[in-house]
Design a protein around this ligand. Sequence first.
Ligand code: GLY
Length: 416
Amino acid sequence: MTTPAPQAAMVRVAIGPGYDVVIGPGVLAGLGGPALRAGLWDTSGPRADSAHGLEAGATQAKPTKAAVLVDQRLASRYAPEVAASLSAAGVESFVVPLLAAESAKTMEAAREGLVEMARHKLDRSGVVIALGGGLVGDVAGFCAAVYRRGIRFIQCPTTLLSMVDASVGGKTGVNLDIGDDETTNIQKNFVGVFHQPSVVLADTSTLDTLPMRDLRSGLAECIKHALIAGAVPGVAWPNSLAWTEELLPRVLAREPSALTQLIAKNVELKARVVEEDEREERPDGGRALLNLGHTFAHAIEPISHLRPDTTDASSPLTHGEAVALGLVAAAHASLALGLCSLAYAERVRQLVRAAGLPDRISGLPPAETLIERMSHDKKTRAGVLRVIVPHDDARASVMTPAHEALVAGWRAIARS
Ligand code: GLY
């Protein structure tokens, strides 16, 4: 008899004083109670918190006020529940709706959030609650990081992508338009701060209403994690690919225990990566490994005419779909370099397909153009292109691949 998988799980992230990621259906309801208490004040007495850049004791008092920065599409669905939970704990709250769009991830959006926080007289014991996907988490976290030199924040991610990636690790920020009066020139995440949340509540029941395309997009990051599991010290995730392959059908059926298992395992991996390299400083691994598939993805994500044939949606590639294609391309670049077997590269393709993500795409520009675009990737250091390549057995490395290997990667995903 197999033991039933738990519906709730908790993963500890050991950065600074550390924080918990609580995962499971209905965990949002605990926001005003145990989660707030665990994340914000220590009932055992005062403690210095210099690791967060906060004055010792400055935020040890129970907060009396919370700013709920929420995806405006979700405000009516979740904000009342959140407010009730906070109110039951004696915490007054106010809602600041945010437009969850890349085009709205701006200094102006952050300014508006900060102004609302100031108008509501949020003091340094106050807390920001980020409720939504990665865009909301990034903007809300940035507001928390800079408001009165930094206050605490709680991440409440509502998409699979943000649960397994963006909500953990403390990246916050907005895009910067460096264009002039007539042109826009958006630099993604150019303004930001590393600011770790105090607690993360990943309520898996919020995924019940997540569009299928977004659920699949989140799976691209899970596949990426499974492909680097063997390269991350301290991660106990044997046979990560087989594990993911096996769990996938239950995840796609949104079985609560399968979602919890998937998210907990992926958060555990992300936690170990960011603990080792909080500020993405290691050149040869660490957080850079999370970039697997992304250098290819960033080259195609902005190409608005590309349409995946896995969906009838008329909108361009999602980030996750571009990452899925990037994973297949990276695996085939690795194959061309003799770093992984054909069987492994094809297994990556099959896993991407099993998740309902695109593994090929029509209308790609020539490989030369795409390689040129890759060389302008934001993660390029000193003009040298660095790509993560997967090796057999869930290992991976950072390297500058030969030109032909990159061409082989692009060919592997081009639908003629
Ligand atoms: N999403 C990549 C990172 O957190 O470093």
